[in-house]
Write a protein that binds this ligand. Structure first.
Ligand code: MG
Length: 342
């Protein structure tokens, strides 16, 4: 019996009957020989962790422009916080922690540079081209790009459960109650989706205070806890109390209502306000549009494999903040004359 088979047997003995077992995986698009040591989900998690798209997350803005301060979350630290919160919930519910980790680590790799500003820039630009030419991609959404990144550009051939888990992760500004009744591929995917919310609301609140855009946490949310850690702990505890041995992952009605109000409050006071008070955000948005259009319209040559509108989208979406700035400088900012070149 191989080590993988022993691990699969351990899963059968210890995981909840509601968990996804790696031995029951629906498989990969291109069938592969199983690994002698790792289960299918462990293998997927490792593939994602070792991918270039994953490493680039460290230089991508989450919400607050990262180079302004070393303590702001980046897309990478957000991803790790989501992975950690979801593993805590997953282990407590005896779900498949490897599947959870794979989904969490891969869920945001499709984010473009400069956070929401970059995503809005690409979406608006690609829609305008589509309306004009009636061809090519019609929109840009980071969660669709995450799948494209992992399955097409990186060609990781992930198993069906990881693919499905990543494809269902984003609800954007939508109401959190939309979790209920929605088809979900696995409880593991549902855990990551709820943990993504818990992570971003808490760390954005924390970073918002750090940035000075808000002075303190409003009184109406004080009962959620006095510190970042206690707030996360309370939300995780709420999910566990509601979801233990249940075929669904959910928050209590009271916590759901708190989090919906907190989300609306963050949109009004942080996400919509930050671009208005920080001029760098609109500059970043213009930079991303300019780069995308330059490559998409063929005014500038993208590297081999990134041709056309889809290629330009893939190329620019994959850039880190600093690479995008360097590319913009190379293409649009006149370089000084050097004595040696005269
Ligand atoms: Mg996320």
């Amino acid at each position: 019996m191989s080590i993988r088979e022993r691990t699969e047997e351990l899963e059968a003995q210890t995981l909840s009957p509601l968990a996804k077992r790696s031995a029951d995986s629906a498989g990969r698009l291109r069938p592969e020989e199983p690994d002698p040591i790792r289960t299918a989900f462990q293998r997927d998690r490792d593939r994602i962790l070792h991918s270039k798209s994953f490493r680039r997350l460290k230089h991508k803005t989450q919400v607050f422009i990262a180079p302004e301060g070393d303590h702001y979350r980046t897309r990478l630290t957000h991803t790790l916080e989501v992975a950690q919160i979801s593993r805590t919930i997953g282990r407590a519910l005896r779900l498949n922690e490897d599947l959870i980790e794979a989904i969490a680590l891969g869920h945001d790799v499709g984010h473009p540079p400069f956070g929401h500003a970059g995503e809005a820039a690409l979406d608006e630009s690609v829609r305008a081209l589509y309306e004009r030419d009636e061809a090519g991609p019609a929109r840009f959404k980071h969660f669709e790009q995450s799948l494209r990144c992992l399955m097409v550009l990186e060609d990781l051939n992930l198993s069906n459960e990881v693919f499905e888990g990543i494809s269902g992760h984003s609800k954007g500004e939508g109401d959190l109650t939309a979790f209920d009744g929605e088809p979900i591929s696995s409880l593991e995917a549902a855990v990551v989706r709820i943990s993504d919310r818990i992570a971003y609301m808490n760390h954005d609140l924390d970073d918002a205070v750090r940035s000075g855009i808000i002075r303190e946490i409003p009184d109406e949310f004080r009962h959620l806890g006095a510190t970042h850690g206690t707030r996360i702990g309370k939300m995780v505890g709420d999910v566990l109390a509601e979801s233990l041995d249940q075929p669904t992952i959910r928050l209590s009605p009271a916590m759901m209502s708190d989090l919906n109000r907190l989300k609306d409050w963050l949109f009004e006071h942080v996400y919509f306000r930050y671009p208005q008070v920080v001029p760098e955000i609109s500059k970043a948005k213009a930079l991303v549009s300019e780069l995308f259009l330059a490559f998409a319209e063929g005014h500038e040559l993208a590297p081999a494999g990134f041709e056309g509108v889809q290629g330009a989208l893939d190329y620019v979406a994959g850039m880190t903040d600093r690479f995008a700035i360097r590319e913009f400088e190379r293409l649009r900012v006149p370089q000084g004359f050097r004595a040696s070149s005269l």
